[in-house]
Design a protein. Structure first.
Length: 256
């Protein structure tokens, strides 16, 4: 027979164990989430045939990416082929490697035999192109995802719009100045007692100047997707930025 004190101790242990599980699951959800976001098959570039020189080149480059994905990025380009792998700034090592493998398999399934194709996941993007495009901003393949909830304010939330504008500008500057060759930065700003977390990242084949231009272009053309929402991400082949009211990056490079 259990005494009341013994039962109490067991209940406390169960409670502590449950809290630990919640914390572990919460951390895992941040660290391992690799949600599929979107893809596009560049139909205008046509398809390649089995056994063609294009397929041989593609397989060779993908083998190189497979080996180098551990560092978090890779790119290759010549007159007939361009490929870019870019993992999120906090997704390197096994995370980037696994995301690349997932993305490559999904592209084969979703865009079979197409010379040009792009796929985006939460932790990486993989792009292939039948022409030289290294260092060039892709103005065509972009999209935006907004959270369902909107910022509660009287009328237009001008205060929030100002906060996210400042945050994106600051992060863009941080990602494109000095010796920051990663073209990646994260940070946070306060809005009415809450923290707004942000990230800016460009593909590593861009120059710092091109990275800055890419982010500016997207902030202008996709502001309607961000202005009134409690979180949004603007995503593309060349650059991306994201804002949330919760921390979504596992490890910050630098907070501002």
């Amino acid at each position: 027979m259990y005494s009341s004190s013994s039962v109490s101790r067991h209940l406390i242990l169960i409670y502590i164990f449950a809290i630990q599980l919640l914390l572990i699951n919460s951390e895992l959800s941040v660290n391992t989430t690799n949600e599929y976001l979107s893809h596009t098959c560049l139909v205008s570039q046509g398809k390649y045939k089995t056994g063609s020189e294009y397929e041989k080149r593609l397989k060779s480059i993908m083998k190189m990416f497979y080996k180098n994905s551990i560092i978090g990025y890779d790119f290759f380009g010549d007159s007939t082929f361009t490929a870019v792998l870019q993992c999120r700034g906090d997704s390197y090592g096994p995370k980037c490697h696994d995301c690349f493998v997932t993305a490559l398999a999904a592209l084969r399934r979703r865009c079979p035999w197409y010379k040009g194709r792009i796929i985006w996941y939460d932790q990486c993007l993989l792009s292939m192109d039948s022409k030289y495009s290294i260092g060039q901003i892709d103005y065509d393949n972009n999209f935006c995802i907004s959270n369902a909830k909107k910022v509660v304010d009287n009328g237009v939330p001008l205060g929030f719009i100002k906060v996210w504008n400042i945050l994106v500008d600051d992060l863009t500057e941080l990602a494109t100045t000095g010796d920051n060759s990663t073209l990646y930065s994260v940070g946070e700003k306060r809005y009415k007692g809450e923290m707004v977390y942000g990230m800016v990242q460009c593909a590593r084949d861009l120059s710092q100047k091109a990275c800055k231009e890419c982010v500016w272009y997207k902030t202008f053309h996709f502001h309607h997707c961000v202005d009134n929402f409690r979180g949004a991400r603007v995503v593309g082949r060349s650059c991306t930025f994201r804002l949330e009211f919760y921390p979504f990056i596992t490890k910050s490079v630098r907070n501002i």
